[in-house]
Design a protein around this ligand. Structure first.
Ligand code: BF8
Length: 673
């Protein structure tokens, strides 16, 4: 008889809820998941460690002679670096190719989202759909000239307004063509400060169309093509500008035209927004084409009456990730959580349906949903799941309301099937809905330019500078901690924070998006400004495609005068302290190429190629005025950002306007008291 083989099953570790997050609702739900034997991302992070070579950026798997792995070892750093792949590719080439492919993927994700929005807008302009409309004609008129579309016409020597329908159709056609036009350059590049546009032009880095630059990265990084890391970064700039000043910016603008331009509103955030006595629908993903229609459907009398027949008092929507930010900004729908909380929304047992479209959606949601009554519904033709408990309802703009009602009805029908419910109490009040226009309204003026008050307060030193803090959560670091420590450190030092993406949700959960926060956490100058104009010290500007709003806000600051001629002159810096997505790399590259000192937390997969790393962290500043950096410690990250802001203040000659010292521990303690 054959000997019986004993297969030892390695016992799986579980995460310690107290150690992996700072958020009490997340801790509570993680403990519940573990008690119920349900695995989440936090547990998986304990059992699967990142690849030590991949993390350095020096593993090349672009052909079948490899993967060629070129780790940076002690002997390499001490001796001559003669590492090569089979084809001879150096660590610099390999790391730059991998970096470029991340830019391509990130730019593709944002821009494909933008394309979907442009397609729906084209349907609206052609009157092929009745479910979507033009909601903000003012925004349409504001963006039309940037596409070279006239808003007036001369008839018999008189200047007449063109019809909205005519303008919409021309804007829609021109916008849609930006993805594949055969010649020229992207229209929106000229919205940048002129010196910046001229810089890109001189460098030969103006993107020709959105798709082409992404495709060209894939070509250049194919085996045996571009073997010069500097040349690869030039292409990264083209593709990423095609994202930030192209696909993302068009997405933001056309969404505003169709769904309304956000303005400040009150809402809440965290898992505590879910209700025991209402149908809870969690909307997760990125494209507001879906979420807008679900918001509309859930407010109809038909659906509300139907919910009552099933014993529910109403319908509570909640967002996760950036589609959550979109409906927060425009309708005040509260986010139920950020990226790392998606599984936990189901663990409440109160999620009657989770509706997802594209990007940042865990495949494990289906496994968690199996343990509860939750209906998990995919809606996008490019994003399906293999698990058999997932329902696919393909969303189509031509019958969007019908699809949305079908989804809402499914959730209502599921309400009576709840069994074991535990909704955390934790939630915080927030003011969200900021944008270029609302900052102008709150901090503007007509005397010397639209952003005059903001600029004046920067020049007089009450506001030390501007920080864009954006991006994801990452299970490789304590959930939310880097975001919150960084943002608190910045506002303590009078740096106003513009936020998007999961950083916005995180700040909201921590109560940093309320005007009252200013007196508790801000330095005296920023606190005074916030109190005077009634804004929080952290302004939530929306989803990740809405980073384009930060680019345009920076451009408005330049235009208002007194702070230099280009974005790179501003006392400003950017950060993504808990980044994880390839989209973040594209965002980082377009901020760097737009002149911003941009810091990422955790790591950047370039350590294995020190020459290439040095190029990104130092050399590119001479080219673009901005550069990359990595800093895992959030206090040090804040200090680096503040030091950069102070350097720019000095160059502008406005350093004397404020005391240039970082707040010491004693000053901080006094603020916290
Ligand atoms: O696009 S911040 S985890 S949700 S990638 Fe994803 Fe990152 Fe959140 Fe929005 Ni952006």
């Amino acid at each position: 008889m054959a000997e019986e083989k004993v297969v030892k099953v390695k016992e799986k570790k579980v995460a310690n809820p107290e150690e992996v997050t700072i958020d009490p609702a997340t801790k509570q739900m993680l403990k519940r998941a573990q008690e119920l034997g349900i695995e989440t991302v936090f547990d998986r992070a304990e059992n699967l460690k990142p690849c030590n070579i991949g993390i350095q950026g020096t593993c090349c798997k672009n052909c079948a002679m490899g993967p060629c792995r070129l780790p940076l070892t002690k002997s390499v750093t001490e001796g001559e670096d003669d590492r090569k792949g089979l084809c001879g590719a150096t660590p610099n080439t390999i790391a730059a190719r991998n970096f470029a492919r991340m830019v391509a993927s990130g730019a593709a994700a944002h821009s494909d989202h933008g394309r979907s929005v442009a397609e729906v807008f084209l349907s609206v302009a052609r009157k092929e759909t009745k479910d979507y409309k033009i909601k903000d004609e003012g925004k349409l008129l504001a963006i039309a000239p940037h596409f070279g579309v006239e808003t007036t016409v001369e008839v018999d020597g008189k200047i007449m307004d063109r019809s909205i329908d005519e303008i919409a159709l021309e804007v829609a056609e021109k916008a849609y063509a930006e993805w594949g036009k055969p010649e020229g350059e992207l229209y929106y590049l000229k919205r940048a400060p002129q010196p910046l546009y001229e810089r890109w032009k001189k460098l030969g880095e103006l993107p020709r169309n959105i798709d082409r630059e992404i495709v060209e990265i894939m070509h250049r990084t194919h085996m045996g093509v571009d073997q010069d890391y500097k040349n690869l970064i030039k292409q990264c700039t083209r593709a990423s500008l095609g994202d930030g000043w192209g696909g993302s910016m068009i997405a933001t603008d056309l969404q505003d035209v169709m769904f309304g331009t956000p303005s400040p509103l009150q809402s809440e955030a965290n898992l505590g927004i879910m209700k025991t006595d209402q149908v809870n629908i969690i909307i997760h993903g990125h494209e507001p084409i879906l979420s807008e229609m679900i918001v509309a459907a859930s407010q109809t009398k038909e659906m509300l009456d139907y919910a009552k027949t099933k014993g529910a008092k109403g319908i509570q929507l909640g967002g996760i990730c950036c589609t959550g930010n979109e409906i927060l900004q425009r309708h005040g729908v509260p986010p139920a959580g950020n990226f790392l909380q998606q599984e936990l929304a189901i663990v409440t047992g109160a999620c009657d349906a989770m509706v997802v479209d594209v990007q940042c959606v865990f495949q494990n949601l289906a496994n968690v949903a199996k343990c509860f009554h939750t209906k998990l519904i995919t809606t996008h033709r490019i994003a399906k799941m293999e698990q058999d408990n997932v329902i696919h309802i393909q969303f189509d703009e031509h019958h969007a309301m019908e699809d949305a009602k079908r989804i809402v009805r499914l959730a209502i029908d599921n309400f009576p099937n709840r069994k074991n419910v535990m909704i955390p109490k934790h939630k915080a009040v927030q003011i969200a809905g900021f944008g270029v226009e609302s900052i102008q309204y709150h901090l503007g003026g007509t005397f010397r330019g639209s952003y005059y008050t903001l600029n004046d307060n920067i020049i007089n030193g009450r506001i030390r500078g501007i920080a864009g803090v954006v991006g994801c959560n990452n299970a490789r670091t304590k959930h939310n901690e880097q975001h919150i420590v960084l943002v608190k450190e910045l506002i303590k030092n009078d740096v106003i924070v513009l936020s998007t993406g999961c950083n916005g949700i995180t700040c909201a959960m921590e109560g940093l998006l309320s005007p009252e926060t200013a007196q508790v956490f801000c330095g005296p100058g920023l606190a005074e400004v916030c109190e005077t104009v009634g804004i929080p010290p952290v302004l939530h500007m929306g989803s990740c495609v809405d980073n384009s709003r930060i680019l345009l806000a920076a451009t408005e600051v330049v235009k208002a005068g007194g702070l230099g001629k280009d974005i790179c002159d501003l006392p400003a810096a950017g950060a993504a302290p808990e980044w994880m997505s390839e989209k973040a790399i594209s965002i980082g590259q377009y901020f760097v190429a737009s002149g911003v000192y941009t810091l990422f937390g955790l790591m950047l997969p370039v350590d294995g190629a020190p020459v290439f790393q040095n190029y990104l962290f130092k050399e590119v500043e001479k080219i673009y005025g901005g550069k990359w950096d990595v800093e895992p410690d959030p206090i040090k990250m804040a200090q680096k950002m503040i030091a950069h802001i102070d350097k720019k203040r000095k160059a502008l000659g406005i350093d004397k306007a404020r005391e240039r010292v970082l707040m010491d521990m004693e000053a901080r303690r006094q603020l916290e008291a």
